[in-house]
Ligand binder design. Structure first.
Ligand code: EPZ
Length: 416
């Protein structure tokens, strides 16, 4: 069984280059089928979720190839509008193909998406919004069938600022007739990136990053060469990993305002942080102090950094209170942290973390992407060796995590 063996207790020090944001690249890959012209995604991370998304595109007849770090996509030969259950189940981002294929073909047949098991993750908000655009939706035997005579823009209100639903509506309305206005849209930086990518293809989208997004439908879209933003969650994970080891790190390629909630909390944890353009420099202040936070839609503390931050707080000085407001099952890493000596009590959405002096190595299992990352973070601090299994989850979203951490002085072996 594949696993990481982490020999803890070593201070991290050095420089890290983060990849392009997984949660930008995935909807951008879906958007790439909206044109017959060539699309080039620069600095595309070779993570498992991208591989899964490329399998979906290839199954539709889309040509894709890597030229070093650039991914070249040509959807002129796209034939299919059906995505099989096997492919849909591999990741959550298959859901973006609904909006993209409706735009392209006015129809799509797709099985319910997969993704991290961090909650029910329904797609009711997606479906309600697509219906508002004139799409008829039937659900049968685990498949969602969508059909639209034509797509007509209109005002759409999202019951929750869902990232995926916001992106799906943008994809479905970008070539609809007239204007679409999304109210209560998600404000994540990855939404802004999707808007910039589509606008570079000739779309007319305004207001990305605010809770009201306007899409003025256009006739067609052209090809584009685009470099997505840096992965703020990968960057945040490595900042936390450095803090828990008492080290120092320089991270380049991130707009710090995209993770300002974490930056503020790391300062409370006694880290010294300086920013110079797109470089974040963090120096640990030694034994960290407890801090509390609640996750929520951007610009709240990102739910994707809740698990890594919980690992940091398990060895902070004092008691921290963490509330996970976005997903209802995002504490699966906590029993594993407890095996490593953490003192954490979960009551509903809230985790109460009493900091201990130090964690100890144990054999732990990762059940989802960010929960797995939190176990690696914990292992970096722990006395002795920590064995992390279930690393396939981690490698869906972190490219070369052991190599990047070992370059900073960690001692992680990947056992195949
Ligand atoms: C995106 O997931 C990200 N994934 C997630 O990152 C991230 O945690 C999440 O946004 C929140 O920021 C990608 O971008 C590929 P949501 P998504 O729709 O779109 C509920 C990671 O670790 N909801 O904003 O699925 C839902 O159940 C991953 O990189 C409905 O009820 O998130 C959840 O409780 C994990 N009905 C909440 O809204 C719907 O139709 C937020 O979900 C849609 C969502």
């Amino acid at each position: 069984m594949e696993k990481y063996l982490i020999n803890g207790g070593r201070k991290l020090s050095g420089k890290i280059k983060v990849e392009s944001a997984k949660n930008s690249v995935l909807p951008i890959l879906a958007a790439s089928v909206l044109t017959d012209e060539e699309v080039v995604i620069e600095n595309c991370p070779k993570i498992a979720d991208v591989t899964s998304m490329l399998k979906i595109l290839n199954s539709l007849g889309v040509k894709t190839r890597f030229d070093e770090d650039s991914l070249i996509i040509n959807a002129s030969g796209i034939l299919e509008y059906t995505i099989t259950e096997t492919l849909s189940k591999e990741l959550r981002s298959s859901v973006f193909m609904m909006g993209a294929l409706i735009s392209r073909f006015k129809k799509v047949k797709i099985a319910y998406p997969g993704g991290c098991d961090i909650g029910l993750r329904p797609i009711d908000i997606h479906i309600a919004a697509l219906k508002s655009l004139g799409v008829s939706v039937t659900e049968k035997e685990g498949y969602v069938n969508c059909l639209a005579e034509k797509l007509t823009g209109r005002e759409i209100y999202l019951d929750f600022p869902s990232v995926g639903a916001t992106e799906n509506v943008i994809l479905a309305s970008v070539m609809a007739k007239g204007k679409t206005e999304i109210k209560n849209a998600a404000r994540e930086p990855e939404i802004v990136d999707l808007m910039k990518f589509l606008n570079s293809m000739g779309a007319k989208i305004y207001g990305g990053g605010t809770s009201t997004i306007l899409i003025d439908g256009v006739e067609s879209l052209s090809g584009s060469t685009f470099k997505p933003i840096g992965d703020r969650i990968e960057a945040g994970t490595y900042l936390i990993a450095t803090a828990i080891t008492g080290g120092e790190v320089e991270i380049k390629g991130i707009d710090v305002k995209n993770i300002s909630a974490l930056i503020h909390k790391l300062c409370d944890n006694t880290c010294k942080i300086t920013i110079k353009n797109d470089i974040i420099y963090l120096k640990s202040g030694g034994k960290g102090k407890a801090f509390s936070f609640s996750t929520g839609p951007h610009p709240f503390f990102p739910t994707d950094l809740q698990a890594p931050a919980t690992a940091l707080l398990s060895v902070a000085d004092g008691v921290s209170v963490v509330t996970e407001n976005v997903f209802e099952m995002r504490y699966k890493h906590i029993p594993e942290l407890i095996k490593m000596g953490a003192d954490i009590t979960v009551k509903g959405k809230t985790a109460i973390i009493k900091g201990v002096e130090r964690l100890h190595g144990a054999s732990v299992t990762s059940f989802d992407l960010r929960g797995g990352a939190s176990l690696v973070v914990a292992g970096l601090n722990a006395e002795g060796v920590t064995e992390v299994t279930g690393i396939k989850h981690i490698e869906r979203g972190y490219f070369n995590m052991p190599q990047k951490l070992n370059a900073l002085g960690a001692d992680i072996k990947r056992i195949n």
